[in-house]
Design a protein around this ligand. Structure first.
Ligand SMILES: Cc1ncc(COP(=O)(O)O)c(C=O)c1O
Length: 420
């Protein structure tokens, strides 16, 4: 109750930093709010919106975690760059899978998920006035992390061919001061685009050396490949370690997204810069989680292959469902956890992908990601994550179909009314 005669106090203003104000608008906010509202009303929203794995982590890894958690030594602060045995296991995996040799001491860092590693690497490499080239569309943190480091983003339309390399060269030649960083991500989120071969990466390395920029390759979906395809690591390219680091993660291949374990590997100077930033900010991942992650990497090759096969089957189910909808312009992805669904032109003429996603959630109770949320180049597409089982995917497709049929009905009714 206000005290009579007391002066009315002005509301206290909280001023956030310019750094925060530079962040682009978060287009998922409206969708997330609607999803929460529908779920609070008891609605079963089928969630194809986020690449958040829903299958269990390997049983032996969960057991190791439980066992390690009982040892009080593991409750102490760990090492911010990760325990040596974990980094050594990463090096062994790179050798086994890609024939890439890494020094676990200097060329490998454990991160709190690859997103943390990527973000802090941007902080380590970029500052005001520095520029990063980021393909459009992009996984949002590839843009936000540059903005948070107070760097500038130059977007180039995404590709995986000579034309794409020419676009990068054009920017590198014409920008002054020269760009400091190039962000790449194959298999790509959201489009599922893959890199053609190691030679493509070798072209990037040549360009990086010529123009003096560094390469950050996000390889989160490196192990989620289909139909026998094997995604190349950027570090397989000759000279890659002179200019690049690569980010990998336990989140996708081992269903350990919430465990928050990722890695940065490659150029020792860049790794050292990341370790330095992390050394100030964090005390490392819970040590029991690091110990369990060693087991996952050591024994989990078969597990990650089986998990990829599950995604492959879901992909086929989803592509069939999209074809039944008449959305035949969608390519079947070779890798990643997403289908990048091309929205038919007649539907795009009626609404953008943000409105379409809101409509499908409200009327169809299916959550999808609007392509526009990944940058202007994503407009015209929806990103559908393969994180629900095949039965639920089929159900989602039926619900999308009903919602779109209702939309056609509404449009016909509106046409008739306008003719009356
Ligand atoms: C391309 C890409 N990089 C990084 C991440 C985040 O991975 P992590 O869980 O290791 O932070 C994701 C998650 O969706 C992703 O799609």
């Amino acid at each position: 109750m206000a005290v009579q005669g007391a002066k009315q106090e002005k509301p206290f203003t909280i001023n956030v930093s310019e750094r925060l104000k530079r962040l682009p608008p978060y287009l998922f906010g409206q969708l997330n709010a609607m999803k929460s509202r529908l779920r609070a009303q008891g609605c079963d929203v089928i969630d194809l919106g986020m690449g958040n794995p829903s299958d269990p982590a390997p049983e032996s890894v969960v057991q190791k975690l439980a066992e390690a958690a009982r040892d009080p030594r593991n409750s102490r602060y760990s090492q911010s760059s990760g325990v040596f045995n974990l980094r050594r296991e990463l090096a062994r995996k790179y050798e086994r899978r890609y024939g890439v040799t890494l020094d676990p001491e200097t060329e490998a860092v454990a991160t709190i998920g690859s997103k943390e590693g990527f973000s802090h690497m941007c902080l380590a490499l970029l500052g005001p006035g520095d520029t990063a080239i980021v393909p459009d569309p992009a996984f949002p943190i590839h843009v936000y992390a540059v903005a948070l480091a107070e760097g500038n983003v130059i977007s180039v339309p995404l590709g995986n061919d000579e034309e794409f390399l020419k676009r990068i060269q054009l920017v590198a030649e014409n920008l002054y001061p020269r760009p400091r960083v190039l962000v790449l991500n194959y298999p790509h989120n959201p489009t599922a685009m893959v890199a053609p071969d190691v030679a493509f990466y070798e072209e990037v390395v040549r360009m990086a050396k010529r123009f003096g920029f560094l390469v950050l390759h996000d390889f989160a979906y490196g192990e989620t490949c289909f139909d026998g395809y094997v995604a190349p690591s950027f570090l397989q390219a000759r000279g890659a370690k002179d200019v690049a680091v690569e980010f990998t993660t336990m989140s996708k291949a081992y269903n350990m997204a919430g465990w928050r374990v990722g890695y940065c590997a490659g150029n020792a100077e860049m790794c050292r810069a990341l370790m330095k930033v992390k050394g100030y900010y964090d005390y490392g991942i819970f040590q029991s989680v690091q110990i369990a992650s060693i087991i996952a990497m050591r024994e989990g090759d078969e597990f990650s292959r089986e998990q990829a096969a599950i995604y492959q089957q879901r992909r086929d189910t989803m592509i069939r469902g999209l074809h039944r909808l008449g959305w035949t312009g969608t390519e079947s992805p070779k890798a990643s956890m997403f289908v990048w669904a091309k929205v038919p032109d007649d539907l795009m003429k009626r609404m953008g992908t943000l409105d379409l996603s809101l409509y499908l959630m409200e009327k169809g109770h299916v959550s999808v990601s609007p392509g526009r949320a990944f940058g202007p180049g994503g407009e015209g597409y929806l990103r559908l994550a393969l994180v629900e089982n095949e039965k639920r995917i089929n159900q989602a497709m039926r619900q999308i179909k009903s919602a779109l049929t209702a939309l056609d009905g509404d449009a016909n009714q509106a046409d008739q009314t306008s003719e009356e």
